[in-house]
Design a protein around this ligand. Structure first.
Ligand code: MF3
Ligand code: CO
Length: 254
């Protein structure tokens, strides 16, 4: 069962979401050729400190995984999610995803954004636009009376119509009192299926869209998820709340 949050709780998740937005876009502004993902992580970690926030990712170890060793996930090109920041050097033409989950005053918000580095290929540019638009198409389906899979249907349709593929194994999720709650919010599905959306639900919508095939692989570090065919992948994520009239985005900085 999905947790239903009060208006006060939603405003606390939104406070966490404002910090998430600031960290993602401040860190995004640091991205340039020659910087490493580890340096971006260090920059982001300082910002967590300034907000008095903690990272639910740091030390996170769900069944069988080694504890996640960083505050953020920073993915480059074919990396889809959960890449561990480190010595990887960013270069002109890369696409870089900054994924930040953050806990502030007991409430959690989660968002991700993929940034182009300098001039990127036309394919990369189109992948970023289609994935970002897919996120907003998903969000427009998120309102009381709709079903969870209406969101995934809209995302899948937009991605596939544009010749891209949708990752199946990784999904959006309830978020707020903890990082991962019910329901699961897949980026694919059939209209009218899944749990009903109700006022007070808070969850992420987070299309992970591949330029090539949908299949994924996990690297030996136990965390980094990459595209099996080596193709580019983009990821745009917001935390939203279902409120009267539709979805309120809690991680867009206002
Ligand atoms: N935003 C990511 C998610 O919801 C954060 C994961 S933290 C990690 O899956 F430790 F799993 F990387
Ligand atoms: Co997430």
């Amino acid at each position: 069962m999905s947790l239903i949050k009060s208006q006060i709780e939603i405003s606390k998740i939104r406070d966490a979401g404002k910090a998430v937005h600031n960290i993602i876009h401040s860190t995004g502004a640091m991205i340039r050729p020659g910087i490493t993902t580890g340096e971006l992580e260090d920059y982001a970690a300082v910002l967590f400190g300034k907000f008095g926030a903690t990272s639910p990712c740091l030390g996170y170890s769900p069944g069988g995984h080694p504890p996640f060793p960083a505050w953020t996930c920073i993915c480059v090109n074919n990396e889809i999610v959960h890449a561990i920041p480190g010595r990887r050097l960013i270069k002109e033409g890369d696409i870089v995803t900054v994924d930040v989950a953050l806990e502030l005053n007991g409430y959690v918000a989660d968002s991700a954004w993929t940034f182009p580095v300098g001039k990127v290929s036309p394919l990369a540019e189109r992948l970023l636009k289609v994935t970002r638009d897919a996120l907003y198409r998903g969000i427009s389906q998120a309102k009381a009376g709709q079903k969870v899979a209406d969101i995934g249907y809209a995302i899948q349709r937009h991605a596939e119509t544009n010749g891209f593929s949708v990752v199946r194994e990784l999904v959006g999720h309830g978020v707020g009192r903890t990082m991962h709650e019910e329901p699961q919010v897949a980026n694919f599905g059939q209209r009218g299926k899944g749990p009903a959306l109700k006022s007070g639900m808070t969850f992420t919508i987070e299309p992970m869209i591949n330029a090539g095939r949908k299949e994924i692989e996990c690297l030996d570090d136990g965390w980094t998820i990459v595209t099996e065919d080596g193709s580019l992948s983009a990821h745009f994520e917001h935390t939203v709340a279902i409120v009267p009239g539709g979805a309120m985005i809690l991680t867009n900085g206002d």
